[in-house]
Design a protein around this ligand. Structure first.
Ligand SMILES: Cc1cc2nc3c(=O)[nH]c(=O)nc-3n(C[C@H](O)[C@H](O)[C@H](O)COP(=O)(O)OP(=O)(O)OC[C@H]3O[C@@H](n4cnc5c(N)ncnc54)[C@H](O)[C@@H]3O)c2cc1C
Length: 522
């Protein structure tokens, strides 16, 4: 069960070699809760530390390469069973999953077995996990994944196994997989963005497919109106008129999201070899995405509810944004028509845009896609690789994502200042403002750089650091921290972090799990 190997054999090779060239690393690949428990008990006896990974694809926040040398990895991707596969139904919409279950796997399973059920998917790759993502408080298109996960089975750092909520009554209890709270203090929160235990299974919420779903695409008419645009979108979220996470992307983000799909469409056209496709793609973007800020949200419900909600969105956005509804039928029809007339530049541009939008449109309907990662692979010259191999490329990515209050004026100011600060480092900041909850949002911002270039790496790190300082100067904090930020976000003198440290001594007295990860380092 315990392997000592050169990293070339782990599947994480390039990630780790980039940071710790040639360092051997111990990687454990347990297959059951009992094996995880034995590993933790063994680590206590051997006085070594362990870091758990569900699928290890937390690009931009911390992949295996960021785990300190000497800490052994627990790769849980082989624990990938949907434990209650035969009991899942429309009247029992909960999947009991192990950490290695990926969003692609669950989507394929539901498609085959329960097509009327869906779940909250993220914009990351199909091979990313549900549990690791939720534990790092990732965000899907329908909301924070934190809300989807409950009833955890955890091997604590003390080597004991506990089950939270009503799973403590035993998995046979009728309450075990349906009641998210249990009785008494709720322990679940202690294992999110934490280092107190290793989650070995959990309940994951599934959602009945609504009778009708549309995506709503909005383009801000005048950049000056960004605060108002955000405020109106916020009110639509609060009033549950647009229930999904509304994404508001800046021009850099929108263009980056569409470019690869557009080029792929143009490449497939006759005579493409003799044309300058990049220049043509730029012209397409000028036609289909000329705006500084665009937004994508979703409406679902009965056909009548969807019609009424969409008309409300249009009326509130009058004079602020161009509004368009998108559904599969429209995309099919639009594509067929425009593609037929692709000899006309405007039609070709719009057919290319539909080809690029198509996979992204499916996200709000619960269809995960590799499109966002494929974009990066293509940008860094490795379109030949599969999405899960992003770590093998020169793509450097750092997320600096502040949590924000629902205040359009304030948010626009912070984002403008972050963008200006990044440009001083020669960086274009990719920004998506996500309206996540009724009262708060986050700006997911990232830097992209060539990580094979030492100067580019240092510059990006300095820029990310300064952006974090800027966020803090506003009294804000990131909603999710990169592994390299732990020293900065954890303040040893604060009562809050001291309390977390005391909890560590209860749940993990020998500090065997991810030392210093969202906690004061021992
Ligand atoms: C282009 C792009 C788009 C992205 N889009 C999104 C998005 O829409 N939403 C989003 O949230 N993220 C997004 N990401 C970030 C990231 O890829 C995802 O969050 C991904 O799901 C995280 O990787 P993972 O699932 O493999 O988790 P892991 O890397 O396995 O886990 C994440 C962390 O959680 C902890 N952990 C994992 N498993 C356990 C366990 N069993 N017990 C205890 N602790 C554990 C560990 O500390 C680990 O470091 C994106 C990244 C890129 C590059």
């Amino acid at each position: 069960m315990i392997e000592v190997c050169q990293l070339e054999k782990t599947g994480f090779e390039r990630e780790v070699l980039a940071a710790h060239a040639g360092q051997p690393r111990v990687v454990h690949r347990p297959r059951s809760t009992e094996e995880v428990q034995a590993l933790v008990q063994g680590a206590r006896a051997r006085k070594v530390a362990l870091h758990p990974l569900s699928t290890g694809l937390n690009w931009g926040y911390g992949t295996p390469s960021d785990v300190p040398v000497g800490v052994e990895l627990i790769d849980l991707s082989g624990m990938n069973r949907i434990l209650n596969a035969d009991e899942i139904s429309e009247s029992n919409p909960v999947a009991l999953i192990e950490p290695g279950v990926t969003q692609g796997q669950l989507a394929d399973f539901l498609q085959a077995r329960q097509p009327r059920l869906m779940f909250n998917v993220t914009g990351s790759a199909r091979q990313t996990s549900l549990i690791g993502n939720a534990l790092d408080r990732g965000v899907g298109y329908l909301g924070p994944r934190r809300e989807d996960l409950f009833g955890l089975e955890v091997v604590t750092g003390a080597g004991t196994v506990i089950k939270t909520g009503f799973r403590r009554l035993g998995d046979e209890s009728p309450l075990a997989h349906c009641h998210p709270f249990g009785l008494g203090p709720m322990l679940d929160g202690l294992f999110f963005q934490a280092n107190l235990g290793i989650v070995t299974s959990a309940c994951f919420r599934l959602i009945p497919r609504p009778p009708r779903q549309i995506a709503v695409s909005l383009a801000l008419l005048n950049e000056r109106d960004l605060p108002r645009f955000i405020a109106v979108l916020a009110s639509l979220k609060r009033e549950r008129i647009m229930g999904t996470v509304t994404h508001i992307g800046n021009r850099a983000r929108t263009r980056a999201s569409l470019m690869h799909g557009i080029v792929r469409y143009l490449e497939a056209q006759p005579g493409s070899a003799s044309r300058d496709l990049m220049a043509e793609a730029e012209r397409v973007l000028e036609i289909v995405a000329p705006d500084q800020w665009t937004s994508l949200g979703g409406i679902s419900g009965t056909p009548g509810q969807v019609r009424a909600a969409f008309s409300e969105v249009r009326s509130r956005m009058r004079g602020i944004a161009r509004v368009m509804s998108i559904d599969d039928a429209k995309l099919d029809f639009g594509y067929a028509l425009l593609n037929a007339f692709r000899f006309i530049p405007w039609a070709r541009a719009n057919a290319a845009a539909i080809a690029a939008i198509r996979p992204l449109h499916g996200l709000a309907s619960g269809h995960p896609t590799d499109a966002a990662i494929d974009n990066l692979l293509w940008k860094f010259g490795r379109a030949d690789l599969s999405a899960a191999s992003l770590g093998q490329t020169d793509c450097g990515i750092l997320f600096i994502s502040p949590a924000l209050p629902m205040d359009g004026v304030f948010v626009a100011k912070v984002v403008a200042e972050m963008t200006a600060r990044a440009s001083k480092f020669g960086h274009q900041l990719y920004v998506t403002i996500n309206i996540e909850t009724e009262n708060s949002m986050v700006a997911v911002t990232n830097l992209l750089f060539d990580r094979s270039d030492e100067a580019a790496r240092a510059n990006a790190a300095a820029c990310a650091n300064e952006l974090h300082d800027l966020i803090r100067a506003y009294g804000l904090e990131v909603y999710r921290a990169r592994m390299d930020m732990m020293n900065k976000i954890v303040e040893p003198d604060s009562e809050y972090w001291k309390t977390i440290q005391q909890l560590k001594s209860v749940f993990d007295p020998d500090h065997v799990i991810s030392p210093g990860h969202y906690n004061i380092a021992a």
